[in-house]
Design a protein around this ligand. Structure first.
Ligand SMILES: Nc1ncnc2c1ncn2[C@@H]1O[C@H](COP(=O)(O)OP(=O)(O)OP(=O)(O)O)[C@@H](O)[C@H]1O
Length: 340
């Protein structure tokens, strides 16, 4: 049985077209000038029990709206949605008992209380019986040495420690489904891998279905077999992460900042880079704000270091950053037939 089922699910927001100025604000009080924003359009998806699915898309793709519908916070405009066989908005109390939610940017723990007190409160809220509570606390203890953090108020935890506590806390009431939203955002690589390990172990141990939203593709590579990519409210890819990794795993984004005096030389830079490397199609260039230029480089064909050396040799580079390929770029490539 599918744990989560979406069939032609849509969510449209009605947004007032705002007028400018004070008179505009007054006019808006009586205005009926609305437009419809189709945040989610005819989205169909089935997730099986125990699966971890990476749910990604560019900004504004409709991820949060979909998650809000799955958690029962928002009512769909049309279509069918069930989580564990239930319509999330119909019985919200029961639904909340069966799901867990973790937001990388916020905590569900009590800021001023020692960690253990938050766990005790969650135990009361979700009415977890003493033996499951003890059993889970033992598992968590093994995974993250919780005892060392017991008496620390949440606000004194590092971001990584807090995230680990938030994640295990979301498993405390043995939910069937957990929604993880950017669980490794802002964390360094060593704590990221601990967090992934904890998620993986708990998923295997408890067979919890997990929907993972992240902008970090390596989170998905580490945790998911399946990735669902959405854009403009609908699915553009639903399949194996391996395929996505083999297509884009070698791509890197090289970001270069030139000093203001060089901003005008961008066209020249593009021509010069394309002219120098014979495999020019492996490099795409895009101008960003404040003199930053983004190169997406397929390292199977051109080494990033060669591009960097070449640019450094000819232009006064101010600053550089190297990142994985962005989800936006992957979506762009999909539209251009990249994953067909
Ligand atoms: N309450 C709202 N009222 C009107 N429009 C909304 C509302 N919430 C979201 N939208 C619009 O719906 C679309 C989808 O937004 P949503 O937040 O679901 O995307 P997202 O994929 O989660 O984006 P992000 O990664 O930036 O959080 C966007 O165009 C957004 O502006």
């Amino acid at each position: 049985m599918a744990m989560i089922r979406l069939e032609n699910l849509s969510k449209h927001y009605k947004v007032l077209n705002r007028s400018e100025g004070l008179s505009g604000a007054l006019k808006d009080l009586f205005s009926r000038d609305y437009r419809i924003v189709k945040a989610v359009s005819d989205l169909s998806l089935e997730v099986n029990a125990g699966e971890i699915v990476g749910f990604v898309g560019p900004n504004g793709a409709g991820k949060s709206t979909t998650i809000k519908m799955m958690t029962g916070v928002l009512k769909p405009t049309s279509g069918l949605l069930t989580v564990n066989g239930r319509i999330p908005t119909k019985n919200r109390a029961q639904n909340m008992q069966e799901i867990g939610v973790v937001f990388g940017q916020r905590t569900q723990l009590w800021w001023d209380l020692p960690v253990i007190e938050s766990f005790k409160i969650l135990r009361q809220i979700y009415r977890v019986d003493q033996s499951s509570y003890n059993e889970n606390m033992n598992i968590f203890e093994e995974l993250i040495d919780l005892k060392a953090l017991y008496s620390t108020p949440v606000r004194y935890l590092s971001l990584g420690q807090r995230m680990l506590c938030d994640i295990v806390a979301s498993f405390l009431h043995n939910p069937k489904v957990i929604f993880l939203d950017e669980p490794t955002i802002g964390l360094d690589i060593s704590i990221k891998s601990r967090i992934r390990e904890v998620i993986k172990t708990l998923n295997e141990h408890k067979q919890t279905t997990i929907i993972l939203t992240t902008h970090d593709l390596s989170d998905i590579e580490a945790l998911c077999k399946r990735i669902v990519i959405i854009d403009k409210g609908t699915t553009v890819y639903d399949g194996s992460i391996q395929k996505v990794s083999s297509m884009f795993g070698a791509h890197r984004t090289l970001k270069i900042q030139l000093p203001p005096a060089e901003y005008l030389a961008l066209d020249q830079l593009a021509t010069s880079v394309n002219g120098h490397f014979s495999q020019a199609s492996a490099i795409t260039m895009e101008q960003s704000e404040e003199g930053w230029i983004h190169f997406t480089i397929n390292q199977d064909e051109v080494h990033l270091m060669d591009v960097l050396n070449y640019i450094g040799h000819h232009y006064p580079v101010h600053d550089i950053k190297i990142e994985e390929i962005s989800i936006d770029k992957i979506v762009k490539n999909i539209y251009e037939g990249g994953l067909a």
